[in-house]
Design a protein around this ligand. Sequence first.
Ligand code: CBF
Length: 823
Amino acid sequence: RLQPTHPIALAPVQAPEPTVDGFVTQFLRNLNNGRGVALSTSTANDRYFALAATVRDYLMARWLEDVRRQRTIQSKGVAYLSAEYLLGRQLDNNLLATGLTDIADEALVACGLDLDDVRAMEVEPGLGNGGLGRLAACFIDSLATLGVPSVGYGIRYEYGIFRQTFVDGQQVEQADSWLALGSPWEFPHPEAARTVSFGGHTETYDDGGVTRTRWVPAWNVLAVPYNYMVPGYHNGRVNTLRLWSAQATQGFDLRVFNAGDYQEAVRAQTYAENISKVLYPEDSTPQGKELRLQQQYFFVAASISDFVNLILPADFDLANLPDRVIFQLNDTHPVIGVPELMRVLVDEKGLEWDAAWQITQQCFAYTCHTLLPEALEVWPADLLGRLLPRHLEIIYRINDEFLEAVRERFGDDSERIRRMSIVSPDGAIRMAYLATVAGSKVNGVAELHSQLLREKVLPDFDEFYPGKFTNVTNGVTPRRFVKLANPGLSRLITDTIGAGWLTDLDRLRELEEYADDAEFRSAFRAVKSANKRVLARTLAERDGLTVADDHLLDVMVKRLHEYKRQTLKLLHIITEYDAIVSGRVTPDQVTPRTFVFGAKAAPGYAMAKRIIHLINAVGSVVNDDPRVEGRLKVLFPPNYNVTLAERIVPAADLSEQISLAGKEASGTGNMKFALNGALTIGTDDGANVEIRELVGDDNFFLFGMAEPEVADLQARGYHPIDFVRADENLSRALELISSGAFSGGDASVFEPVVSNLTHHDPFMALADYTDYIAAQKRVDALYADQDAWTRAAILNVARCGFFSSDRSMRDYIDRIWHTPPIL
Ligand code: CBF
């Protein structure tokens, strides 16, 4: 190979001049050369692409240098395996990371353009369903900001989470074609594609006197990597997010095509490409389930192959793999990676089983994000065996050896063996058990969650593996969720305590003393009001909704799930409404509130969709009733996403975190709201517990049963109807729904919701109703004293620095990964 001789080719890659002139030059160059247009003929999309390319140009030198350094140093890094990354928009985040926002602003003005118009073109990549995917996005941001070598691995879904619209108040899902106009942030590398195999059978063969097993797959797909930059904040570091896209190994069949059978000609291609087509397809059908397992194996196999065969040097001794990488399993979705690494080490690299198992056990760690049994994935053995026959064999062997060890320790306790077996009595593979057996550590995502995980979900494993279980409480990135989302508050904080807090969020504590400073309180209130006006503008433009800026903004935004109890929130709204319209209180006795909902329901989750319908129905009645005008308002903007969250969160006064205790693993919305000065009304669930401990009881509205009380009521027998009989307000609210008051007199429309609540109420909303209403009265009382409210809001901000995802990452590094930053 020729050696470079030109001095420019020998020098490190140069970033453009970080000046307005430098930016303008680069921007126009990208517009002309990258888009093939002149400024005068460019479209808004051209300008957005050129701007994104310009920001990329500033990041490029750092990225290339980081990749080079990581390869040279070969120190231990994190390979974060996650089926979801809910990234949110990239432009502002990347401008912020490079410190170029003001320069870009000025440069665009100099080109006769407005940064706001250009940024409005960006479509957010919705490659996640909710908390878990957003957490992954926060974590990779923090890893880059801490300078920890890491790669995020995932799937480049062609269609992300569906776009939600409402038709007659009911959710309608549309495909999210986020790539329709292309994405300027990705770098495809087809030349680095990995082959991922499926199906077929296994066979034994003689390898120089040793009998070995190999997999003879039936079909392959190509996994094509798309790289994304993950810049650290103001530290010159850029890590990589590598998302895989599925492609057929061969294009369409030209012979069949020429014979006129066009559908058959592309069948194999379509089949292969379906793997990365959609985020979490409907899995209530067998086909859907199979596709989901294909997705999981697809991205995990590609990622392991990428790491082992491309990132590691060719002469790397795999016995040292644990010193070089930790594969973090983000929930059960990537757990098929465990038998895959075993297969690679034993079948492909020729290691002995025991040595390979030693390595594997040190290379994986598992984060569990749930307590709901239905969310702990199990795969029917016949499906797994059909798709991944070698992996099923490997899992059986891991299980046999594991159960042998259990027997050695506890004797032939068949009940225990049955409970702990990775293979369930009906032959399904329990992926959480496999992850627990294989993982060097297992963590929950909030103190309470980790405790319940140990005590209730995996107690036998906790006993068997002392020290394996740990906790890392979730966190959120303050760059996106404070600095970008809430520039007013960020400015106020910096003016008050100085710079530096964005990467050292504990410093927010320094704000505590200002809670008693009247001038600071009034500045803080002014920021909140300004944020409400920004939200009002956003909702007016986006959805034609109006927001009054003198209302208490009471917000519940999260996925729609019965355990999160949006119905409880609705019952409160109906109770307030009923109190006014029945004349039991006068409107002026009610705190003016705007209730904001944001929620998507899984397309196949009928009850959740009916609850969405009910929220909209209650909203229409309340909003159209002149008797409550100026007092109560219900807003439900469709298609809640990260971009909208960045407007809603900073404007909120009250954050609704009202899940049944023991059901929400952590929550991260709760942290975002508290950090932006909203007070929480919440149960003792997930990370609410830690928020309350930190902010103090006086600055948090606690209500409802704690987890042991929930368990106790369950054990005694829960009869929701008893709670209906005991509280007249509750029975009136339910009666209003069943009478058809929100469905034009048609009592049948919401009958399933009421009947489910009064007869089953699996998440005990009715049991917590009375206490919830009492807590809401405390909210009203405090809000009536604006000074006291603002003081509490400031203390929430000051005391929630713990919830930075930088801290979560440090905890992972100390307790699980042992991957020091590269300085
Ligand atoms: O840990 C991140 C989040 O994950 C979930 O969204 C999940 O999908 N399992 C949980 O429901 C949240 O409680 C948790 O914060």
